[in-house]
Design a protein around this ligand. Structure first.
Ligand code: ATP
Length: 370
């Protein structure tokens, strides 16, 4: 049984739908990220799960039971917010114990649970400290402890690390993932940071303007985005507009022609999409001609921007083995392409056969596929 099910959730503020007909199954023990640009409805969705916002339509089921009628404090959920997490006038122990005291647990049980939870988040020595005596990362760990001590069935996290510096954010992600595995708690994590989602999540639900675009594992989302929104949003993707020419059996974009076994209508508008690591650049004569415009050394790889006349600007990642200089003439080869046409699922072309066209549209050169 799914740990958490959202079925056709809708929430309107005035006339605009912040979340529309949103359905999602989060499996027992799964770490699900809600990912999308600012304003796409992630926080609204999370707050509906926690009971802080009432949906206009749809249902929220935890272990098969609707929780819609329950106020936040009676739901089996606990939420960690982006900031203002700890009460500044309480010690760490009192912060963590607060919810347990509300539940009228005996003092000895509270003491034991607080101790265990502090161990769990790796801060056993912080018990007597005040929030201002802790670093940002430690404060967020205590905030997570305060949520976990209540033993919720679902842990909800709303961009909990976004106020931390980049290095600490990476470390906190790793810690959270380890902790989540250890406790085995079903978790929904909201972020607009795709790197955070890709490294943390078992699956990612990508949202756009209140609706679900795609839910999949990080690997599938990256390799096979179902639509152009996800293709463009996740990672770096080169996108080139073109048309399908049924008589030539080819997708043509300016001076680039790709043999395409498609059953799109003649003249259909298509978008060719390919990752920078699915393109290679080389000296020599085979391939599609291009000129290096910019080279950025990103440490373990180079990001090379090339201009191909009549095709466009393309980003390529190379391992730096072959030196690249600005202005250098190169040829590009493609390993893999995705083709998006309206109303159909993306078509994947491995080792595409490419032809370079002259300005009159005649073939002049062919790329060897790699
Ligand atoms: P961010 O990443 O910036 O936090 P988000 O994806 O979490 O964005 P939400 O906060 O869920 O987005 O907001 C979704 C939409 O609903 C936005 O257009 C926002 O302006 C609107 N909205 C959210 N809360 C309210 C509210 N209380 N009243 C009116 N509009 C709201």
């Amino acid at each position: 049984m799914a740990g958490l099910q959202l079925t056709n959730l809708t929430k309107r503020f005035g006339t605009t739908a912040a979340v529309y007909d949103f359905s999602l199954d989060v499996h027992d023990g799964e770490l699900m990220c809600l990912l999308g640009p600012s304003g796409c409805g992630k926080t609204t969705t999370l707050r509906m799960i926690g009971g802080f916002i009432t949906p206009d339509g749809g249902d929220i089921l935890i272990e098969g039971h609707s929780v819609l009628a329950l106020p936040p404090e009676r739901r089996p959920t606990a939420m960690v917010f982006q900031r203002f997490n700890l009460w500044p006038h309480m010690t760490v122990t009192d912060n963590i114990a607060f919810g347990l005291r509300l539940r009228r647990l005996p003092a000895a049980a509270i003491h034991r649970k607080v101790g265990e939870t502090l161990e769990l988040v790796g801060l056993p020595h912080a018990a007597g400290k005040w929030p201002h005596q802790l670093s940002g990362g430690e404060q967020q760990r205590i905030a997570v402890a305060r949520a976990l001590v209540l033993e919720p069935k679902i842990l909800l996290l709303d961009e909990p690390f976004s106020n931390l510096d980049a290095r600490l954010r990476v470390r906190m992600r790793e810690e959270l993932k380890t902790l989540q595995r250890q406790v085995g708690i079903t978790t929904v994590f909201v972020t607009h940071d795709q790197e955070e989602a890709l490294t943390l999540a078992d699956r990612i639900a990508v949202m756009n303007k209140g609706v679900m675009e795609q839910v999949d594992t990080p690997g599938v989302l990256y390799r096979r985005p179902q639509g152009l929104f996800v293709a463009d949003f996740i990672g770096t993707m080169n996108l080139i507009q073109g048309r399908y020419h049924r008589d030539r059996g080819a997708l043509v974009s300016g001076r680039l022609s790709v043999a395409g076994p498609g059953d799109w209508p003649d003249g259909a508008t298509v978008t060719l999409a390919f990752r920078p690591e699915d393109v290679t650049v080389a000296d020599g004569t085979a391939g599609i001609p291009a000129q290096v415009r910019r080279v950025v050394n990103l440490g373990h790889y180079l990001e090379v921007t090339v201009d191909s006349p009549g095709v466009g600007t393309i980003k390529v990642f190379t391992d730096g083995q072959q030196p690249m200089t600005e202005g250098q003439h190169v040829h590009i080869h493609f390993r893999r392409l995705l083709v998006y046409a309206e109303g159909t699922s993306p078509a994947e072309i491995d080792k595409p056969r490419l032809t370079h066209l002259d300005t009159a549209g005649e073939a002049v050169e062919r790329s060897s596929s790699v």
